[in-house]
Design a protein. Structure first.
Ligand SMILES: Nc1ncnc2c1ncn2[C@@H]1O[C@H](COP(=O)(O)OP(=O)(O)OP(=O)(O)O)[C@@H](O)[C@H]1O
Ligand SMILES: Nc1ncnc2c1ncn2[C@@H]1O[C@H](COP(=O)(O)OP(=O)(O)OP(=O)(O)O)[C@@H](O)[C@H]1O
Ligand SMILES: [Mg+2]
Ligand SMILES: [Mg+2]
Lengths: 291, 232, 291, 232
């Protein structure tokens, strides 16, 4: 334990001996981590937003105009118990008329039309999405079931919506991990290269230490510690900068009718980022010394 | 302390050492002589584990070089200390820190090493140059830092490769006295040198004369002049 | 000219002498450029999309139900000549009813209601946005003018829309350049640091060249050339990778109802990216040699 | 060729050179002697523009060191070539390329330089070491590469800083012959050395003996032994 602390102390004093070079290297590490982090944050936020609004299938049900409201009421009850239902909105014909009026011009008095209301009873059902072909099958099945309800006039469901959701989920599935992978590669390559190069300038020192009888860990320890420290401080700084940026921008898009609150990276992503950067920094110290 | 049996070492096509055999007891003083490129440094490099033995058998300070593992090299280098022909000191450390380094890697705390480092620097005539970055020292001063570093650890065996090439006659005499002291106290010394003056300072020493990688057993360096081509 | 070619050739042969180190450095440069490029592309696409759909103010005009259609027609003509108008949609009461019906349930026969159509004549005007307070003033002025039209019942304009557009434009104004600036900084720091470090490993060579009487440009020329080459190849590779990525993904989001075609970086942005990377690579070669 | 008037050079508190004055004509041979740290290398470094003159006036090969501009340094170094005490050759170039470098930076095409490079390498006894990376050469071989590089350009003035420190007596004699040939053909030579043998090889040379940065005018090196501290 004391030896570990001692090694870390040596690593730090080594760093202090070339303060500028180490500062630059650390800043470079920070900057790459920030870039990767901003990227992850963007993906994360867009993903969240799209999944929230688009990850559902919606059915629009219109009963025949002459259906008894009682029959409709019963069906509404049953519908609200379907498995997988996320939300249900129901409209009696008169509610629909009011809604309609508002959509057009704001509150308008349609009471004179009441007796002859041309609008049917209706309902909007939203379901969470089951991705893939299975989902399409299920949606078609449900469509048939709903159409067979007594007094049902028309059932629309928007295959677009389903397509969109599918599209997005496919996109995320096919792209998110590759992108994160590429990102990891970039971070690895750039951070690793930077560390490797900054160690190359110290190769004489490493050789001489070994010639005067230093054990491998005596040489490698402080380098690993310094690498880890640079990785940690670099990624820590990066996460701090990201958090500051997020706080500063969180409310920027949070106005009507967008209401988009930019949120920070989730725990697993920011820890992964910090972890990868630190690990890469350490590993490349290690590799650079081996040669 | 050192035993070589039929050691040969090859670089590419060329044999830098060829069938070298000799034995050296604890507390002996051995000069390595020979023309430039004869294989002196190569022989020394074998002794501190910087080269792997190609052919033959060799032991040094209890280590069997034929079976030397990577992990044993640091141990070997703690018993055998070296004055390198090209010094190999760290240019941006002070003379003091360069010498102290050899004790530091052995885990000696600064409080214990300080007296020894100062003492050896004084013996080398470097007391007023101790806190100057080594890259700013003169050639001879750097060479003395390298010698000081090899001596400060009280080694069992000192390998010195041309340790007086940058020093004048007076300093050379003085340093040879120090080497002799080490050797009279029981340290084994192997010294590669070109200088006849150096050889004369330790008349009781054995001499191993190399020629193109082979041992030519003789007690004094050759006097024949080997001729090279003319001017371009 | 021949000397320039000669210098470039020397730069290349220098690079060939440390192929691995140069490859790594170049890849690091490429990766940072890719990261920055992806980022720019994202910004560019989002910006385009949002500006296309949201950069306008919309007015909704409703005439009194009993207004003569002829009066309304005259006003429509005049309205369609207002300066700054991007689009105008007009609805006679019966058109509005049909539209309304469709919105609700698909084509429905509302002909029976014709005689008593409760809907007014209406029009939707969309204007390109004049950003800032000036725009708000102008919009309010226009609002008053429109309200004063003969037979006009109500005029709505959506201050939300204006806010949103303002918000976005402000965002872009306040953020785009800072972000591009930060991006430039990142690229500069990382690429510069990488180049600086890889040159540090050659400082002995530079010193010795100068000691044997080489003129500064003899030393610096090949380094600059190599730096420029690495920057150029690196950013070229990066732009290629980006283009491939864009081609591969262009159609991914181009489905109904999103219709989002991912487009490549505009000319000025990709040239700027390549230019900055190359310049930074050259500059840092230059600076590294000076010390 | 060289003229110094009251030149002093300071590093921190210490005067490495103090009020040094001397003049050297074209075609003369000058030895610089003095203990380690006396200021020999410092004097030479002034001569090839690696140090800026602190105090005094000096001219070398037509350049006024007092007013020397940065941009003139390459010109100066094309007339004055140097054998560095620590060689300063590029470890990952071959011996051939290291020597050819001096001609290459002067813009000489390889076709013209090839003969000269081979010739000088042969004169140095390095013909069969020419295509080996310099880091693999022995100490003496590296030193000869450094000497070859300084001679290949036919300089007006050769500055040689301890050029025989890693060479045995035979090779030293041989190389001194080559230096003498250059000097008899009109090249000015300034050589810093510790070796009495080297001094004796050019009996007609002038000797400048430095002590702690001051000139002590004498034709032969001092014989007094300067004593340092004892063992630690
Ligand atoms: N790694 C290597 N690769 C190729 N040749 C080598 C290598 N190391 C040494 N040699 C060659 O082996 C021969 C012996 O070298 P060594 O350094 O042992 O000579 P030396 O006796 O120390 O000479 P000097 O007195 O000049 O230092 C030389 O000709 C040298 O060029
Ligand atoms: N850049 C520097 N900073 C501080 N001190 C220096 C610097 N360069 C040289 N010195 C000191 O100036 C003195 C003279 O150094 P110089 O290298 O000229 O000695 P020298 O005569 O060449 O000795 P040697 O024979 O050992 O090579 C030495 O004590 C050295 O430590
Ligand atoms: Mg040797
Ligand atoms: Mg010197």
């Amino acid at each position: 334990m004391i030896r570990l602390l001692f090694t870390i102390a040596r690593g730090m004093s080594d760093m202090a001996r070339h303060p500028l070079a180490n500062l630059f290297t650390m800043l470079a590490v920070t900057m790459v981590a920030v870039l990767a982090g901003v990227f992850l944050m963007l993906l994360h936020n867009v993903n969240q937003e799209l999944l929230r609004t688009r990850g559902q299938v919606e059915f629009q049900l219109y009963w025949k105009v002459d259906t008894e409201q009682q029959t409709v009421d019963q069906q509404w009850k049953r519908l609200s118990r379907i498995k997988g239902l996320k939300s249900i909105e129901t409209f009696t014909p008169s509610q629909a008329l009011v809604e309609l009026g508002q959509t057009l011009t704001g509150p308008t008095d349609f009471s004179w039309i009441q007796g002859q209301n041309p609008l049917p009873a209706s309902a909007f059902l939203a379901f969470g999405l089951i991705p893939g072909d299975e989902g399409t099958l299920w949606a078609n099945g449900l469509l048939q079931e709903l159409k067979a309800l007594p007094g049902m006039d028309e059932v629309h469901y928007n295959p677009f919506q389903l397509d969109l959701a599918h599209g997005w989920i496919t996109l995320v599935r096919n792209l998110l991990w590759p992108i994160i992978g590429v990102l990891g590669l970039v971070v690895g390559l750039v951070v690793g290269n930077t560390m490797r190069l900054s160690l190359l300038t110290r190769q004489d020192e490493i050789e001489i230490l070994s010639l005067v009888g230093a054990k491998p860990w005596y040489i490698r320890g402080p380098l690993l510690a310094a690498g880890a420290l640079q990785g940690m401080i670099g990624s820590g700084l990066a996460l701090g900068i990201l958090k500051l940026g997020q706080l500063r921008l969180a409310e920027t898009l949070n106005f009507a009718p967008l209401y988009l609150k930019i949120s920070y990276l989730p725990l697993e992503q920011w820890t992964a980022l910090a972890g990868i950067v630190t690990l890469v920094a350490m590993l490349s110290s290690f590799v650079a010394v081996r040669k | 302390m050192v035993e070589f049996k039929g050691v040969s070492q090859r670089f590419g096509q060329q044999w830098a050492l060829h069938d070298v055999s000799f034995a050296l007891n604890k507390g002996e003083f051995l000069f390595l002589t020979g023309h430039s490129g004869a294989g002196k440094t190569t022989l020394l490099r074998l002794l501190y584990g910087a080269l792997r033995l190609d052919l033959g058998r060799a032991t040094v300070a209890g280590f069997d070089l034929t079976k030397l593992k990577r992990s044993q090299i640091p141990e070997l280098r703690r018993r055998v200390s070296v004055v390198f022909q090209d010094f190999k000191i760290l240019p941006n450390l002070t003379a003091y820190d360069n010498v102290a380094l050899a004790l530091k890697v052995r885990g000696l705390p600064r409080s214990q090493s300080d007296r020894r480092v100062r003492g050896i620097l004084r013996a080398m005539g470097l007391e007023d140059r101790a806190y100057i970055k080594s890259e700013r020292l003169s050639g001879g001063e750097q060479q003395r830092v390298a010698i000081a570093r090899s001596m400060v650890v009280n080694p069992k065996l000192i390998l010195a490769d041309e340790p007086t090439g940058n020093l004048d006659a007076d300093l050379t005499d003085h340093l040879m006295d120090i080497f002799r002291q080490f050797y009279t106290y029981g340290t084994t010394v192997i010294m590669a040198t070109h200088s006849r003056e150096v050889l004369e300072r330790v008349p009781e020493a054995r001499i191993l004369h190399l020629e193109q990688g082979r041992i030519v057993d003789t007690a004094s360096p050759p006097t024949e002049i080997e001729l090279y081509g003319g001017l371009p």
